[in-house]
Design a protein around this ligand. Structure first.
Ligand code: KG4
Ligand code: ZN
Length: 398
C-alpha cells in the first residue's frame, strides 16, 4: 500500500450534479470541492405514511421537482443566465447507482437533457463512492486544501448501505466489509416504525436514546464468530421486534420505556459497527486478511502489549447515520483506545455539515471532480441506471 500524500482537488471544475437515487431530489453546483449551491427537495412527507420509500411515488415526485431544483441551484450559485452557464459550468454529473431504479432513471434522463442542451460532458457517479468522499466537501467561503493521508478507511453507514471501504487512492477502492442483509439505517427505521416514531426514525431514536437506559435488556451482537469485516442487522431487527412485543405485553409503552428501548437498539446497532471497526484497526495485515480473534482487543488491553500498527491513516464517515453524535463519539473513543495501544493517531473526518451526511448532490459533484478526467469521453447514450452498483466496480459508461 502506498503512503503517498496527495493535495486534494488541484482541478477546480464547476460541476452541476443531480442525485435522485432514493427519496430526495437534489441538485448541486460545486467549484472544486466548494459547495456553491445544494438544493434538496425532500419527499419525507409523501413516504411517511408507508413507513418506507414507495418507488412509484418517488419517481413521480422527482419528475415534478427536478427542473425547479436545477433552476434554484443555478440561481443560488449565481449562474442563472445562459451565458453564465456556458462560461462557467464544465460538466454535468449524475448518480447512476446504486439506488431505486425508477428514481435513478429520472435524474439520468434530466442530466442527459441538460448536457445536450449545454453541450457539456456528462459524468456517471457511484452514490456509495460519493458518500465515502463526502468529508472532502468544503463550504463556499473556505478552500479546504488539506492533504489526504492515504490509505483512508471510509465508513458509509446509511439507510441503504453499511460498508467499510479502504481508499488506497481516490478511485482505488477495496470493499473490506458490508452488510450481508439490512443496513444500519434500515434497522433503526424499522424499530422506529414499531415504536410509532415516524419515518425515517434514526434522528428521532437518537434524541430519545439520550434519555434512555441502554442496559435494561440485552440484544444479540451479530457477526462476532465470523472471521471477516461484514455486518448483519436483520437478526437484530427481529430480536428488537420480539423485545418490543415482549415489553408491550408486560406494560404500556410509556415515554421512558420508549426511550429505554431506543437506547438499547441504537447501542446494539453501533456496537456491531464499532466491533468490526476495532477488528479492522487491530488486524495486523489487511491484505492477507489475518483477522484477530474475537478476544484479541480485550487481551491486548489486559496484557498492556502494543497493538500492531495499521496502515490506515484517516477515517472518513459518511451516510445518513453518520449524523448521529453517539456513533461519532464511539468512533472517536475507539480511535483514542487504538492510539493508546498502538501509539498511532488516526483522525476522524466528517462532512462539514450534518446535511451532507444524508443524500445530497454536492457529494456527487465532488466525486465527479475526480472522475472527470477519466470519463470526459463518456458517451451519454451508454449512461444507464445501475440499481445494484457496488463501489470498486466501474459503471458501464466510464
Ligand atoms: O444517506 P441517507 O440519507 O440515505 C441513504 O442513502 O440511505 O440515510 C438515511 C438513513 C435513514 O435510515 C435515517 O433514519 C438515518 O439515515 N439517519 C440517522 C440519523 N439521521 C438520519 N440515523 C441515526 N442517527 C441520526 N441522527
Ligand atoms: Zn445515500
Amino acid at each position: 500500500m502506498g503512503k503517498d500524500k496527495k493535495m486534494i482537488l488541484a482541478a477546480k471544475k464547476t460541476i452541476l450534479a443531480i442525485d435522485t437515487s432514493c427519496d430526495d431530489t437534489s441538485v448541486a453546483v460545486l467549484e472544486g470541492n466548494r459547495v456553491l449551491a445544494n438544493v434538496v427537495a425532500s419527499q419525507t412527507a409523501i413516504h411517511q405514511q408507508y413507513g418506507g420509500v414507495f418507488p412509484t411515488l418517488a419517481k413521480q415526485a422527482h419528475q415534478e421537482n427536478i427542473e425547479a431544483c436545477v433552476q434554484l441551484a443555478l440561481q443560488r450559485a449565481g449562474l442563472s443566465n445562459k451565458l453564465k452557464i456556458r462560461d462557467h459550468i464544465d460538466a454535468v454529473a449524475v448518480t447512476v447507482g446504486p439506488g431505486l431504479a425508477p428514481a435513478l432513471e429520472v435524474g439520468i434522463k434530466h442530466a442527459k437533457k441538460l448536457a445536450k442542451q449545454w453541450q457539456l460532458p456528462i459524468i456517471a457517479i457511484n452514490h456509495i463512492e460519493a458518500h465515502a468522499l463526502s468529508p472532502l466537501l468544503s463550504p463556499k467561503t473556505k478552500r479546504q486544501n488539506r492533504e489526504i493521508d492515504f490509505p483512508v478507511l471510509a465508513l458509509v453507514i446509511s439507510g441503504g448501505h453499511s460498508e467499510f471501504i479502504l481508499i488506497k487512492q481516490i478511485g482505488n477502492y477495496q470493499r473490506l466489509g458490508w452488510t450481508v442483509d439490512d443496513s444500519a439505517g434500515e434497522c433503526l427505521d424499522k424499530v422506529g416504525r414499531m415504536l410509532d416514531l415516524g419515518y425515517p426514525a434514526g434522528a428521532i431514536l437518537e434524541k430519545l436514546a439520550k434519555k434512555g437506559n441502554p442496559n435494561l435488556w440485552s440484544l444479540p451482537l451479530a457477526m462476532t464468530s465470523v472471521d471477516n469485516f461484514n455486518l448483519s442487522f436483520s437478526g437484530l431487527k427481529t430480536a428488537s421486534s420480539q423485545l418490543i412485543n415482549q415489553v408491550k405485553k408486560q406494560k404500556q409503552l410509556d415515554g421512558q420505556t420508549v426511550c429505554d428501548l431506543a437506547a438499547t437498539v441504537q447501542q446494539q446497532v453501533f456496537s456491531q459497527i464499532i466491533y468490526k471497526l476495532e477488528r479492522i484497526l487491530f488486524s495486523p495485515d489487511l491484505s492477507k486478511k489475518v483477522y484477530p480473534k474475537a478476544q484479541l482487543i480485550k487481551k491486548i488491553k489486559q496484557q498492556k502489549t502494543k497493538a500492531a500498527v495499521t496502515d490506515i491513516n484517516e477515517i472518513w464517515l459518511g451516510g445518513g447515520v453518520a449524523a448521529n453524535i453517539t456513533l461519532r463519539t464511539s468512533i472517536r473513543q475507539t480511535l483514542k483506545t487504538y492510539q493508546k495501544l498502538s501509539g498511532k493517531k488516526i483522525k476522524l473526518h466528517l462532512p462539514y455539515h450534518k446535511k451532507f451526511c444524508a443524500d445530497n448532490a454536492a457529494m456527487i459533484a465532488l466525486t465527479a471532480q475526480f472522475s472527470s478526467e477519466q470519463s470526459k469521453n463518456t458517451n451519454a447514450q451508454l449512461i444507464d441506471r445501475q440499481a445494484n452498483l457496488k463501489i470498486g466496480t466501474f459503471c458501464q459508461a466510464c
